[in-house]
Design a binder for this molecule. Structure first.
Ligand code: LLP
Length: 485
């Protein structure tokens, strides 16, 4: 790591300072470098040593990178006029307690999209009022838990959800809430531990209805609108188009607003939209703001997430955090959304954590037919993105960068689609080599599975040369831990 005596001050300076000290591209975590032995260092830790100490596959995360990006978002938002500006971490990108705790410490809010994510956020220390509850198919139980946790905002997706909220706030159906938690066999189907700082989702701890939230004033909600704006991204992660499964159509927005206003116990705070994810251009965000502004004047505007990141050095450069936030603020200003008394929210996920993480693998075999197949000890169970979205990644031998042998980096799973990097350039890969794929900090851990009975990797936080396990590797025993015999 850098000599602390010349450490730059402030998040922007941290990012600039760290960037100038690395000979690696911006795809790698800030502060990464190739050390004197030609080995990749992340967070001051030698990745070959990390592989020896913690085994592979492993998710390696540079803690300072996460903090620097959080601070960059917050600082960029300080340029706002009179309104409040809050950065809401989309926890789906990396729903790991240590990551959530770090962002809570940095003063971010948290976007959750299920009862489970809500539980994780509360457990990690986010105050209920800093939580934004999402979901296009929220169950009665999830809504009850959100009300009971006094979340800051519930983002309403559809009319059926409004019916559910109305029933819950009526208190007419305590019963429904309880039934929603109890499967036919009578066992609790959600964690038995108490909901941190709130109701547990189990039958035994079913939230009261009406909950104490009634005494604390009405529940603030946002109406999620589908703005009919399409950004350029993979169709599976595009959400703003008219034919989307998310939110109310523009045509229905007025009726949804009127409906909320008619429900005792709910208070309409404003509107939400999310155009899509991994967007590399800023124009769709401008259009989103313009479309929302047509729907009226509100106190809260949540503009969603979506800022794209660099996965490979050769990919077009994504807008910086500063450019992105400045664009949103300028668009908001143009439409009076940043006036005093108003609140502007953004919900970055990927842009906060993708480039903070790398995955380490070990080569198990090298085989040549039409291609050179380099098979490693992980694959689609720890990174589903290449298979789901044809996402491209880089790969390198962690102590021999700059390779030129064209290889297919394949996973260990029993299907041909389990290819992590189709066109990797590696330096004479051999069994036992440690391979690194950068930019795996978002939606890798989040979408991991046990396919083929492969235990999920640990998460290792690295900072200033020290490494600590924040999520342990799964064991074979974990694979049968839910069995009921
Ligand atoms: N807010 C809402 C309402 C969202 O639906 C999402 C992402 C975000 C914020 C955060 O978006 P981000 O800033 O991370 O782009 N599994 C996919 C990504 C799915 C994103 C779903 N929603 C992937 O690996 O690319």
């Amino acid at each position: 790591m850098a000599d602390p005596s010349d450490a730059p001050v402030g998040p922007q300076a941290i990012i600039r300072g760290m960037a100038t000290r690395t000979s690696l591209s911006n795809v790698f975590p800030l502060g990464s470098r190739l050390n004197e032995r030609g080995r990749l260092e992340v967070g001051g830790c030698d990745t070959i040593e990390l592989a020896k100490q913690f085994g592979t596959p492993a998710y390696i995360v540079a803690e300072d990178d996460l903090r620097a990006r959080a601070r960059a978002f917050v600082q960029a938002g300080a340029e706002i006029g009179g309104a409040d500006f809050n950065v809401v971490f989309a926890s789906k990108a990396f729903p790991c307690t240590a990551v959530l705790e770090l962002f809570a410490e940095e003063g971010l809010w948290c976007d959750v999209a299920s009862g489970g994510e809500l539980w994780l956020a509360l457990n990690a220390g986010f105050a209920g009022e800093r939580i934004v509850m999402h979901g296009n198919a929220k169950s009665e139980a999830e809504l009850a838990i959100a009300l009971d946790a006094h979340v800051g905002l519930i983002v309403v997706d559809n009319f059926d959800e409004l019916d559910r909220l109305e029933r819950l706030l009526d208190g007419a159906n305590d019963d429904v809430v309880r039934r929603a938690h109890v499967p036919a066999d009578g066992t609790a189907h959600v964690p038995s531990r108490e909901m941190p700082h709130a109701a547990s989702p189990t039958a035994a701890h079913a939230p009261r209805s009406p909950g104490p939230h009634v005494a604390q004033g009405p529940q603030e909600v946002l109406i999620r609108v589908t703005p009919d704006v399409r950004g350029e991204t993979h169709e599976k992660i595009s959400t703003g188009q008219a034919n989307s499964k998310f939110g109310f159509s523009i045509a229905d927005a007025a009726a949804a607003i009127a409906r909320v206003e008619g429900i005792d116990g709910l208070s309409l705070a404003g509107l939400h939209a999310h155009v899509g994810s991994q967007l590399l251009e800023l124009e769709p965000f401008r259009r989103e703001v313009a479309e929302l502004a047509k729907l009226g004047d509100f106190a809260v505007w949540d503009l969603g997430g979506g800022l794209g990141v660099a996965y490979t050095e050769s990919q077009p450069r994504p807008p910086s955090i500063e450019e992105y936030v400045a664009t949103l603020l300028a668009a908001a200003r143009e439409h009076g959304m940043d006036a005093p008394g108003k609140r502007l929210l953004i919900e970055p996920g990927r842009a906060l954590c993708a480039n903070a993480g790398v995955t380490l693998y070990t080569v198990e075999s090298v085989k040549r037919n039409v291609s050179t197949w380099v098979a490693v000890d992980g694959g689609m169970s720890d990174n589903l993105r290449p298979m789901l979205y044809s996402a491209t990644y880089e790969a390198h031998v962690a102590d021999r960068f700059g390779g030129s042998t064209p290889c297919v980096l394949a996973g260990k799973h029993c299907e041909s689609g389990d290819v992590i990097v189709r066109e990797a350039l590696l330096d004479d890969p051999r069994p036992g080599d440690v391979i690194v794929t950068p930019a795996t900090g978002a939606y890798g851990y989040a979408m991991a599975s046990n396919y083929n009975g492969v235990p999920r990797p640990p998460v290792i936080f690295c900072r200033e040369g020290s490494a600590r396990v924040v999520v342990r590797r799964e064991s074979f025993d974990d694979l049968i831990s839910r069995d009921v015999r």
